[in-house]
Write a protein that binds this ligand. Sequence first.
Ligand SMILES: NC(=O)c1ccc[n+]([C@@H]2O[C@H](COP(=O)([O-])OP(=O)(O)OC[C@H]3O[C@@H](n4cnc5c(N)ncnc54)[C@H](OP(=O)(O)O)[C@@H]3O)[C@@H](O)[C@H]2O)c1
Length: 337
Amino acid sequence: MPKYAKNQSVDFKNAIERVAIVGAGGTIGSHIANALLKTGRHTVTTLSRKDSGNRFPEGVLVASVDYDDEATIVAALKGQQLLIITMAPTAPRDTHSKLVQAAAKAGIPYVMPNGYGGDIDNIKLGEDTMLGPVAKANRDEIERLGMQWITVCCGFWYDYSLAGGDARFGFDFDKRSLTIYDGGNTKTSTSTLSQIGRAVAKVLSLNELPEDENDNSLTLSAFLNKGVYIKSFVVSQNDMFDSVKRVTGTTDTEWTITHEDSKKRYEDGLAQVKVGNMAGFSKMLYARTFYPDVSNDLSAKAQNELLELPDESLDESTKVGIDLVKELQLRVERMAA
Ligand SMILES: NC(=O)c1ccc[n+]([C@@H]2O[C@H](COP(=O)([O-])OP(=O)(O)OC[C@H]3O[C@@H](n4cnc5c(N)ncnc54)[C@H](OP(=O)(O)O)[C@@H]3O)[C@@H](O)[C@H]2O)c1
């Protein structure tokens, strides 16, 4: 049964104003928090561990939580309308579930679970990279507890993955080396961190519900229990390399190029993961996504126009990525995951 604003209680306000977020000081969470604050429509409260040491965008309210004390999480979530989880992959596995259970107890109706990756309908890719079943279990738990989810399908983060070392898009800027999977021509969908932030802020700034049955405007409710699909660039490693050369003013001869078979690289990464060496995880994930015979182009599903997202410049985003290299190198534990 569709829900309409006209049928809600008198004190119902048709807007998402109070947003809780885990990770407002993190890679994607900081971009989402900043974009939300920029709209001027939301109060943003981050749930953060007491000993976090994180720095948050100005204007973010901080609620300290202890993941071993559910009451602290429930208290932090009381009165919030939507919970966004951007949790480090290094966090203990059950942390996501602890948050979701506390959200249900606090009466939160909507949760944006961890994910921010590929197409949730690409089951084979999800299984091969091990991320799909985990994300599905997270979404199922939200539904089981009577809440609804909205997840972001954005492909690889372009700037982050470019900066994130050889195991990701293959670039090592310090060594000026590049590992190219196969011939380097396989294209994949990517989104910049800022585009993801804008997309989330846009969805959360829509009316929550249509006013009545005649209201055909886009509302947040249209995204419930679905993915929000976005993209910045659908690019191959060769496209990225061309952009890197333009931005850095370098030529082929200044780079050491190695070619690797994506399937072999996937198997190597997977073998490392199986013996507990998480350094293999990114290798496995990126190599698998660049398999030449499968398309990870989200263009057909991308809702950029619907969400009025701007077109971006590849070279500007490459520059942002290169500027991120040093910052990510400081995050040793996080980047090894
Ligand atoms: N598509 C892509 O290319 C791509 C790339 C990377 C990640 N992702 C996805 O995005 C998600 C978020 O990644 P991110 O890089 O934004 O995360 P992040 O910056 O590494 O961490 C986000 C927050 O998690 C909290 N956290 C860290 N360690 C924790 C622990 N042990 N226990 C509990 N909380 C902990 C911290 O918040 P406090 O310190 O405030 O508590 C941190 O700021 C990932 O899990 C993954 O699903 C996608």
